[in-house]
Design a protein around this ligand. Structure first.
Ligand SMILES: Cc1cc2nc3c(=O)[nH]c(=O)nc-3n(C[C@H](O)[C@H](O)[C@H](O)COP(=O)(O)OP(=O)(O)OC[C@H]3O[C@@H](n4cnc5c(N)ncnc54)[C@H](O)[C@@H]3O)c2cc1C
Ligand code: SF4
Length: 505
């Protein structure tokens, strides 16, 4: 009998399902090849904690696989494969569908490679193509309901559990008044081991040698690097923290950046968890009366809705999508933002969130969208550079997840293919949803003058700049009409023109 073909495992395919023939993986006894390619880290300035997490997770997986894996450290993927398989080798390989276009092109260009189905998602590409066919409008809500029904998630027969598909109305409350923290049980956190020590040592050495350069601060690893750790994190979230997830999903508290969020994006995107097990466990908690429906529906929506939708849109929108710039925003990212220099920033919301990114490589979705992304949108930063920044600085950032979230959702650079309106707001929204404005040197209500809030002034200036386009959109037309009632618009625009665009707000 012919020896089984080796299977190449990428660094975001680390869970057991990627090697399980029942999930479309390779033959059960296929030898495994893993390549730690230095070029990936050398090409761009990643966050230090992200580099640590990915290398730690890959090396932990290799240690688990023992003799089954050939783990190669090399300059590039091509060199790594040559080392693992023999130079000039034409041996046939299998690989699960990679998560980026660049990686897919690379594997397809190699002779003898069979690309197996993507292992880390609920919906196969073909099923999505059938759903999206016929020129239908792609709406998250329709897609999400289709996934729920098809995968029998939170369903009572043909009806959604509790009679409603969408419980957003019960969610998204401001943080409780007068409280610094939600007081939720602490999220799961790992203890580092010898593999982490080795990774830290290597990263220090490569940085000293000038081979790589990082942004952000190093610190103890905060996210799971093994399947076991990922399961512990999932268990702790579902058992102790899911209950308040929905209610405070959009709130921000300076002293409690995590609130009731799951912190599961990193292990999900490393492939350590499968989305099905996350939503099934959340549903089981609801069925057992241990978590309320609004939280469970909110969580299922994030994973079975948003995450799947974003993954499919990445492939559906095509390669061109990354270059979209419908608003013609061309300003470069300022140095303080590139360097995560939170201390240089006066605006309390931005300084607080930038410090969270600098220190942990993570913030939840509202700081990403309404503080970081909104600053970039209001100041007209180049969307491709903003996408690159998010990709490099976030522990859960990968090409597939960044493009729709940043180009589409956050920067409206696709002109409305993904969302029906740009997501940005004045300081009033941040004030309502957080405790960040109280200690700030600016006032969320002030549009002009010394204490003008950069988000409030930036919001009106953004509407003014794109007045024609936004007036023609029924979701933003009313806001644009509001411009005509502003008596101080001229002053506001003059103040914005006078400011140094590169200076931190
Ligand atoms: C500008 C911007 C950039 C983002 N970049 C990323 C990114 O690089 N990687 C990433 O995984 N998510 C990204 N998101 C989505 C979301 O912010 C993060 O998934 C979430 O904050 C991660 O924290 P959590 O695991 O505690 O999430 P929770 O709030 O607990 O949500 C549960 C899970 O839902 C999934 N999810 C929810 N929304 C999305 C979404 N829009 N896209 C993909 N998955 C989603 C994630 O897997 C997440 O773990 C981005 C959102 C915005 C607005
Ligand atoms: S006043 Fe404006 S800049 Fe200050 S925290 Fe509030 S929204 Fe941010």
């Amino acid at each position: 009998m012919a020896a089984p073909r080796p299977h190449w495992l990428f660094g975001d395919q680390l869970g057991p399902h990627f090697l399980d023939p029942r999930h479309g993986g390779p033959d059960a006894d296929a030898p495994v090849v893993m390549v730690e390619a230095r070029s990936v880290l050398a090409r761009r300035r990643f966050h230090r904690v992200k580099a640590h997490l990915v290398l730690s997770a890959m090396r932990h997986r290799a240690a688990e696989l023992g003799d089954r894996v050939t783990y190669v450290r090399a300059g590039t993927y091509a060199e790594g494969l040559a080392k693992a398989l023999g130079r000039g080798s034409t041996r046939e390989l299998t690989v699960c569908h990679p998560t980026s276009r660049a990686a897919l092109e690379f594997v397809r260009a190699r002779p003898g490679v069979e690309v197996l189905p993507a292992g880390g998602f609920l919906v196969p590409h073909d099923d999505f193509a059938r759903w999206a066919g016929g020129g239908r409008t792609l709406r998250l809500e329709d897609f999400y309901r289709w996934v729920r029904a098809r995968h029998e998630l939170l369903m009572d027969g043909d009806e959604p559990a509790g009679g409603r598909w969408n419980l957003d109305h019960d969610n998204r409350e401001p943080p409780p008044r007068g409280r610094d923290t939600l007081g939720a049980p602490e999220p799961w956190r790992p203890a580092e081991d010898d593999i982490d020590a080795e990774v830290r040592h290597d990263l220090d050495r490569w940085e000293r040698d000038g081979q790589v350069s990082f942004v952000g601060r190093d610190g103890p690893r905060l996210f799971p690097a093994t399947r076991r750790e990922a399961l512990s994190a999932l268990r702790r979230f579902v058992t102790y923290r899911l209950g308040d997830f929905g209610r405070y999903e959009d709130a921000m508290l300076a002293a409690d950046p995590v609130l009731s969020h799951s912190l599961l994006s990193a292990p999900l995107n490393l492939g350590l968890l499968h989305p099905a097990e996350c939503v099934e466990r959340a549903e089981a908690a609801y069925r057992a009366g241990e978590a309320p429906l609004n939280s469970v529906e909110g969580f299922v929506r994030q994973i079975a809705g948003w995450r799947e939708y974003v993954w499919q849109l990445y492939w559906h929108f095509g390669e061109d999508y990354r270059h979209r710039n419908a608003l013609r925003h061309r300003a470069p990212l300022p140095g303080w933002f590139l360097d995560l220099d939170a201390d240089a920033v006066t605006a309390n919301c931005l300084s607080t969130v930038l410090a969270q990114v600098r220190d942990t490589g993570w913030t939840h979705h509202i700081p990403r969208l309404m503080v970081l992304g909104s600053r970039a949108l209001q100041d007209g930063w180049d969307p491709a550079a903003v996408t690159d920044w998010f990709h490099r600085c976030f522990v859960d950032g990968y090409d597939w997840v960044m493009l729709p979230n940043v180009v589409g959702m956050s920067q409206y650079a696709d002109g409305g293919r993904m969302t029906t309106k740009p997501y940005t707001s004045g300081g009033a929204y941040i004030h309502r949803m957080s405790d960040l404005c109280g200690p700030c040197a600016y006032r969320p209500t002030d549009r002009t003058g010394e204490r003008a809030c950069p988000y409030t002034a930036g919001y009106w200036a953004f509407l003014h700049r794109h007045r024609d386009r936004l007036a023609a959109n029924h979701r933003t037309a009313r806001a644009v009409h509001g411009l005509d009632r502003l008596k101080d618009l001229g002053e506001l625009l003059a103040e914005r023109d006078r400011r140094d665009g590169d200076a931190p707000p």
